[in-house]
Every structure is written in structure tokens, then in C-alpha cells.
Ligand binder design. Structure first.
Ligand SMILES: [Zn+2]
Length: 315
């Protein structure tokens, strides 16, 4: 039998993305189909099975070469028992997904949450290649995170390690409530949602900003305005960067990772964000802890989920 392949499934609210990887973390073949959450849990599981079988049929590989199927799920997961505890966007709850898929596919299955899996993907085949102690932030609608210690995902006591978006970093007087119910979480300022909220606040306050001309402000509008010198927009980006940098400093003191990898929509702000994050990090982190540490953008983009899910078998 020729080389072994692994399938990574990125199970999201609108699409299920399936990718075939080799043992080096190279993405060889991909397939994407609708999740069809509206048809209920059974349809979602049927779709996963169908897409996994389809991608192998469409590829030059044989079913026998498939050594395992990994899945990254947007939601809370019990990794040890292979259970999706609660994944509201995917419409799944208390589902023994691993045993169901293993039975249907006749292959070993592993699961983890999407942020952990994306982190593993970056470390295996992306911005963290060759670096075995990394912390990844994904700045999207919320702020997700994944911690890689000695090349493997660090799970913590209940599998909830890496909830970096819920580090409380904003001081009381400025804090607003997070979706998790607590006050002052990183996610309230450094996610796309946080950036948009700060921009709308600035417009409502009557700050002089070009953003007042924008009808439906997106995070990208704020970054574009900041790049062209809009002071209100620059303040917003700096604020998002400040609290992100502050959280990096705290994480450094706890874990001493070698590399921070920042991905997700907000990371597309580029240098205006990264320069400020690096400067805040340098200011707040004791020098020995900064030694040899870098802060870099993620490079796999939306493929990180598929690649990392396949990587659950090799780490
Ligand atoms: Zn929170």
C-alpha cells in the first residue's frame, strides 16, 4: 500500500470543508458542501459522512489509504470521549460524534474545537512550522485561541484551555459585558465585533472621523480609515492592539511560548495592528521572557481548520 492519507473536516455553521492531507501536513485535495443545519442533526452527520466518501472518490487516493478522519467543530467539545457538548452554530448538542462516524466510516475519528485545530494546523504546516511551543489567537467575530505545548494541543482540566478571548484585560471603568456574561474580556475590544462597536460609538459620540460617512461599518473600513490617517480609527486600532498586547504579555508570563501567531479577519489590518501589539508586548513583558520570542501573522487562512483536523492524528 502506498502513502497514508488523513482527512480533516472543518465543521462550520454554513459549510463543511473537507481536506485530504499527507503526513507532512500538505493539503492535497479539498471538497466543500453545505452544512444544512436547518435540516437537523441527522442531516449534518449524514453530510459529513457523504463529503468524506465523496472527496476520496474524487481524489487519486484509495479508501484503504485513509488512516483517520479528524474534525474541528465550532463549539464546546469533549475531546477525550469524542462528544460535541454544544455547538449552537452547527445545531448539534450532546452528540457522540466520534463513535457515530467511526461506525459509519470504519475509520478512527478524532475531534477537537475549531480554534485548537486551527492552532495545530498553523504549527504543523503554517506560521509555526518547526516551533513546538506556540500560542495562536484567532481574531474573528469573537477571539479564539489555541495553545500548543511541546507540539500538542494543551487541553487543560476540562478541555477548555486556550479560551484567550475571555481573558479579562479591560479595566472596570472601561469594561463592557462579553457574550460569556463576564466583564472586560479581550473579545469585547480585539474582535471584529469589538472594533465595529468602538467605531459606531465614535460616530455616535460625534468624533470627527471619515467613518461617519460609512453606512454599515465593517472592521475593514476601520483599518482602511486608520491607514489613511483617520485619528479616531487609529485610536480604535491602537486600543484593540493594546489589550491584545497586554494579554500576550500575561500569556508569556504563564507559558513562555516561543511564538505568538495571530490570525482571523482582524489580523488583516497588518502592520498598523502588529507594530502596536509588538510595542505593547515589549513594554509589558519582562525582558528574559521576550528573548527569542516573536509575534507573527497566521498564514494558512481558512485552510488551517482542515489541515489541523487532519493533524489530530499525528500529534
Ligand atoms: Zn468573555
Amino acid at each position: 500500500m502506498s502513502e497514508q492519507i488523513y482527512i480533516g473536516v472543518d465543521l462550520g455553521g454554513t459549510a463543511i470543508k473537507v481536506g485530504i492531507c499527507n503526513e507532512e501536513g500538505q493539503l492535497l485535495h479539498t471538497y466543500e458542501g453545505p452544512t444544512e443545519v436547518e435540516k437537523g442533526p441527522d442531516a449534518v452527520v449524514d453530510n459529513i459522512e457523504r463529503y468524506v466518501r465523496l472527496i476520496v472518490e474524487q481524489s487519486p487516493y484509495e479508501w484503504d489509504q485513509l488512516a483517520g478522519v479528524g474534525a474541528g467543530v465550532a463549539g464546546f467539545t469533549n475531546v477525550r470521549d469524542g462528544i460535541i457538548i454544544f455547538a449552537p452554530n452547527v445545531g448539534l448538542k450532546d452528540l457522540h460524534i466520534r463513535s457515530i462516524l467511526e461506525q459509519r466510516l470504519g475509520k478512527p475519528v478524532r475531534i477537537d474545537n475549531d480554534a485548537n485545530v486551527a492552532a495545530l494546523g498553523e504549527v504543523w504546516a503554517g506560521a509555526g512550522k518547526g516551533v513546538s511551543n506556540c500560542v495562536c489567537y484567532t481574531l474573528g467575530t469573537g477571539v479564539g485561541g489555541g495553545i500548543i505545548v511541546n507540539g500538542a494541543i494543551y487541553q487543560g482540566f476540562a478541555g477548555l484551555a486556550g479560551e484567550l478571548g475571555h481573558m479579562s484585560v479591560v479595566p472596570d471603568l472601561e469594561a463592557i459585558q462579553c457574550g460569556c456574561g463576564k466583564m472586560g474580556c479581550l473579545e469585547t475590544v480585539s474582535s471584529a465585533t469589538g472594533v465595529i462597536r468602538m467605531a459606531k460609538d465614535a460616530v455616535e459620540r460625534g468624533d470627527r472621523t471619515s467613518l461617519s460617512q460609512v453606512e454599515n461599518i465593517m472592521a475593514k473600513d476601520v483599518f482602511d480609515a486608520a491607514k489613511s490617517g483617520d485619528e479616531a480609527a487609529i485610536r480604535i486600532v491602537n486600543r484593540a492592539a493594546f489589550y491584545l498586547g497586554k494579554s500576550l504579555a500575561a500569556v508569556s508570563a504563564v507559558l513562555n511560548p516561543q511564538r505568538f501567531i495571530i490570525g482571523g479577519g482582524v489580523s488583516k489590518a497588518g502592520d498598523i495592528l502588529f507594530n502596536e501589539v509588538r510595542s505593547v508586548y515589549a513594554k509589558l513583558t519582562p525582558e528574559p521572557l521576550q528573548e527569542g520570542v516573536d509575534i507573527v501573522p497566521a498564514i494558512l487562512g481558512n485552510d488551517a481548520g482542515m489541515i489541523g483536523a487532519a493533524g489530530l492524528f499525528l500529534h
